[in-house]
Design a protein around this ligand. Structure first.
Ligand code: ATP
Ligand code: MG
Length: 165
């Protein structure tokens, strides 16, 4: 039992040290999926130099979305956010690039698309502050947490195509 715990911790540490700073987690939200923007958004992401580490097309349950957005539980927009994020399928993905979190948030633009810079994903494809086309992690720690929340390590692939789990 003890050996297993050490082995698990060792693998986790290697994984954490290797990935920290280089990965982010994203979702193409239900509005952008419904409006037919999956292809265009993925092209912007890969053209900007992000490598896809893990990816799936899925629909979040209310329980899963509530847990994912737990940090916003006290916010007035929380209930509507859960309703929106569970209203249809999303594309969830783990992305890799140097300085991934910051660079991805630059590519995404501000939460309210009216304030987003020209050429950002939200400027091009978001329709409102709530229905803002994409999610991007806000810290390295949250990127790992969110990526692991949506994907088993067996669903992560390195640049040579080898499973990381
Ligand atoms: P995300 O976490 O999706 O990348 P963000 O970091 O720009 O977006 P957060 O403050 O983390 O913004 O809010 C999470 C999500 O909650 C937003 O992307 C948006 O969908 C929704 N949201 C945030 N603020 C509001 C608001 N004032 N009114 C309606 N919805 C909001
Ligand atoms: Mg956020």
């Amino acid at each position: 039992m003890r050996t297993f715990a050490f082995y698990f911790l060792f693998i986790f540490l290697i994984f954490y040290i290797t990935m920290t700073g280089n990965i982010t987690f994203t979702m193409i939200k239900p509005d952008a999926v419904k409006n037919g923007h999956i292809g265009a958004i993925l092209k912007m992401i890969t053209d900007a130099g992000f490598r896809i580490v893990a990816m799936k097309f899925t629909r979040m349950s209310v329980a899963k979305a509530s847990k994912f957005y737990e940090i916003h539980k006290e916010q007035p927009f929380y209930d509507k956010l859960i309703e929106f994020m569970t209203s249809g399928p999303i594309v969830a993905a783990v992305l890799e690039k140097e300085n991934a979190v910051e660079d991805f948030r630059k590519l995404v633009g501000t939460t309210n698309p009216d304030n987003a810079e020209e050429g950002t994903i939200r400027k091009l494809y978001a329709t409102s502050t709530r229905e803002n086309a994409v999610h991007g992690s806000d810290s390295d720690e949250n990127a790992l947490h969110e990526g692991s929340f949506h994907f088993a390590t067996s669903e992560w692939f390195d640049k040579d195509g080898n499973c990381m789990g």
